[in-house]
Structure formats: structure tokens, C-alpha cells
Design a protein around this ligand. Structure first.
Ligand code: FMN
Length: 345
């Protein structure tokens, strides 16, 4: 038996939150290869209310691919499926499937600048085709009741004026019926920069997102890009409805542990890092018995002790052992033993 205390991850003792906040108040960004279902399960242990996103899934994968691209664990709600695509009929097919599977929201990717995505005519290049995006959103909204939202940038290439952004948002909201936008507050260069560079080089422009909310007060607007703390998130929330955190939430996941208390008014104690690890054990054992490898799950947990004494040893022990054949939760138990026992973390 493991001494994981189920009550610390049973968030249902919550009385302070009455659902008054928009679901996007705090979300973890969709991140390909990072926010898979194991990652989301881990994140959910730390926060009940944070909205979690799938990785981007293309309509082609869902419709023609082998395998279940919509699989998730019930614990992951509230959960958004991010779709990549630009064919309204295909998007509608996928939206319908997603709703039937219980997803809480569907989000269209209008922000990814990778070549592969551009070749498929979706992602950020769709910012230049607001009429088509409106058709995509309308086609999905016609067949589902759950919200259909858009994640986009503030511009692409030389089309980076505020008027370009307002035209896009205006058309997609008025003609497509989209009521919620998440704005990655930097533009994307569609050629010349890698996706990684496109997350770092174009400068962040938060005031532009704030202005958008002022000019489209009836829409729900969340901001994304470069947010590294809940204090920063709070300051954005003075201007906007939501904040989406990407890399910081993945690399320093314990930031999520106080989201419910800081942003949603929860009063229960903040879960400790050790409790999070122990709460993962039953999940990991189930996954291993279904044929998963420890490394596929533990890779998301590497940053849990960031900035704590023993963090390097924790990371190293997992990195060196989790991929070995037959590795199980004892690897995490041993890694946990590297954290000084007097630390109440
Ligand atoms: C590894 C990785 C994968 C990503 N994959 C996606 C994706 O599938 N869909 C998407 O809309 N954005 C994707 N992004 C972009 C993030 O969602 C987010 O917009 C970006 O990282 C900026 O936020 P941040 O500064 O908080 O990380 C990805 C980012 C990273 C680092």
C-alpha cells in the first residue's frame, strides 16, 4: 500500500467556488508532446479549477488515423480539445465526436506557425483567412452545444496592425459566433523562424490584448505568452477574463498547486509536492498494468521540485532510471527519498 491520502486530491470538499468565474480564468496551454493525458492527470492533482487543454489534434488524425486520439481520463475535466484543421465539414465531424466523448470545450488552433501546419493550411496562417475561420467555427457550433473557441496570435508577418487583429476577431465572432478568444500576445513569423523561435523572438504586447477586451467587451478574452507566476496572472486578470500559462506550467508544475486558492477562492490547504507524487502512484500502477512505460508518465514530473533542495537529484534519479525495463513506482519512491526528509514540501 502507498500512503497517498486520497482526501488531499479529492477536491470535492470545496465550498467557496460557485462557478462564478469564466472557465478560462486560468488554463494550461495546449502543448504538443507535452500536455498528453498523463501530464494532464498530474496537473489535475494540483488544481481542480485550472482548465486543461489537449495537445493539438488534427482532424486528419481523428478521422483517418489509427488509434484513439480523443482518449482521456475522467479526472481531467474541465478539459478542452484543441483541433487543428481548416475544413469546416471535417472540423464539425470531429467536434461532434469530441462532444460525444465528453470534452468540455473545443478550441481551434489559429496560432501555430510550423511548416507542417502551414502546409495543411491551418494554424497561424488562418489569421489571414478570417472568413474561412468563421465558417469553421460556425460549422462546429452548428453541431455541438459546448463552447467553440479560438486560440490565436496578435498578427502574422507584416500583418501586425491592431486593425488586422480587430478585423479577424470581428469577423470570427460576428460571422462565426465565436465568443471566446485566447490571444498569444505576440505575432508569428510564418517563414524564417522555427516554432520555438516564434515563442521567443517576436515581442510580447499585452496592452494589445487588453485593448481588444476593451473594444470587444462582450467577448471572453484570455491572454497567453510569457506568464511565469500567479502574481503576473492576477495582474492580467485586472484587464482580461483569463490567463493561459504554457511553458512555466510544464517546467515548474507546482505553480498550479495554489491556483485554486489564489484565483478561485478555494480555502482548502495547498497540496504538498510529496502528496502529489504519492497521489500519482495508483494512477501509474494502473497505467503500467495497461502497458505504459514509467518514463512516459514520470517525464512530466521532473520539474515538480524545481528550486527545492534535492531537485537535481530528484530529476537525475528519474532521468536515469525511469526508462529501464520493468521500472515502476519504486523509481519515484527512491527519487523522493533524495529530497531532504526535514523539508515539509
Ligand atoms: C512544446 C510546445 C508545444 C506546443 N504545442 C502547441 C499546440 O499544440 N497548440 C497550440 O495552440 N500551441 C502550442 N504551443 C504554444 C503554447 O500553447 C503557448 O501559446 C506558448 O508556449 C506561449 O505560452 P507560454 O509563454 O506560457 O509558454 C506549444 C508550445 C510548446 C512549448
Amino acid at each position: 500500500m502507498h500512503n497517498s491520502d486520497a482526501s488531499v486530491v479529492n477536491h470535492t470538499d470545496e465550498s467557496s467556488y460557485d462557478g462564478a468565474f469564466p472557465s478560462c480564468r486560468l488554463s494550461v496551454a495546449p502543448m504538443l508532446d507535452w500536455t498528453d493525458r498523463h501530464c494532464r492527470y498530474f496537473h489535475r492533482l494540483m488544481s481542480e479549477h485550472t482548465q486543461l487543454y489537449s495537445e493539438m489534434v488534427t482532424t486528419g488524425a481523428i478521422i483517418h488515423g489509427k488509434g484513439d486520439f480523443l482518449a482521456y481520463n475522467e479526472q481531467e475535466h474541465p478539459l478542452v480539445l484543441q483541433l487543428g484543421g481548416s475544413n469546416p465539414a471535417d472540423l464539425a465531424t470531429c467536434a461532434k465526436l469530441a462532444q460525444a466523448r465528453g470534452y468540455d470545450e473545443i478550441n481551434l488552433n489559429v496560432g501555430c506557425p510550423s511548416d507542417r501546419v502551414q502546409n495543411g493550411r491551418f494554424g497561424a496562417c488562418l489569421m489571414a483567412e478570417p472568413e474561412l475561420v468563421a465558417q469553421c467555427i460556425a460549422a462546429m457550433r452548428e453541431v455541438v452545444d459546448i463552447p467553440v473557441t479560438v486560440k490565436t496570435r496578435i498578427g502574422i508577418d507584416d500583418q501586425d496592425s491592431y486593425a488586422f487583429l480587430t478585423d479577424f476577431v470581428g469577423i470570427v465572432s460576428e460571422k462565426g459566433g465565436c465568443e471566446q478568444f485566447t490571444i498569444h500576445a505576440r505575432k508569428a513569423w510564418l517563414s524564417g523562424l522555427s516554432p520555438k523561435e516564434n515563442r521567443e523572438i517576436p515581442p510580447l504586447d499585452y496592452p494589445r490584448a487588453y485593448q481588444l477586451k476593451q473594444d470587444f467587451a462582450h467577448l471572453t478574452i484570455a491572454v497567453n505568452g510569457g506568464v511565469k507566476s500567479l502574481e503576473e496572472a492576477k495582474s492580467h486578470l485586472a484587464h482580461l477574463d483569463g490567463v493561459m500559462i504554457g511553458r512555466e506550467a510544464y517546467q515548474n508544475p507546482y505553480i498550479l498547486a495554489s491556483v485554486d486558492q489564489t484565483l478561485f477562492g478555494a480555502t482548502r490547504p495547498v497540496i504538498k509536492r510529496r502528496q502529489v507524487v504519492e497521489a500519482m502512484y495508483p494512477y501509474i500502477e494502473t497505467q503500467l498494468s495497461n502497458g505504459s512505460y514509467l518514463g512516459h508518465i514520470s517525464r512530466h514530473m521532473i520539474g515538480l521540485f524545481q528550486n527545492m533542495p534535492g531537485a537535481r537529484q530528484w530529476r537525475r534519479h528519474i532521468s536515469e532510471n525511469a526508462h529501464k525495463p520493468g521500472a515502476g513506482i519504486e523509481v519515484l519512491e527512491q527519487a523522493l527519498a533524495k529530497i531532504p526528509s526535514e523539508l515539509d514540501v
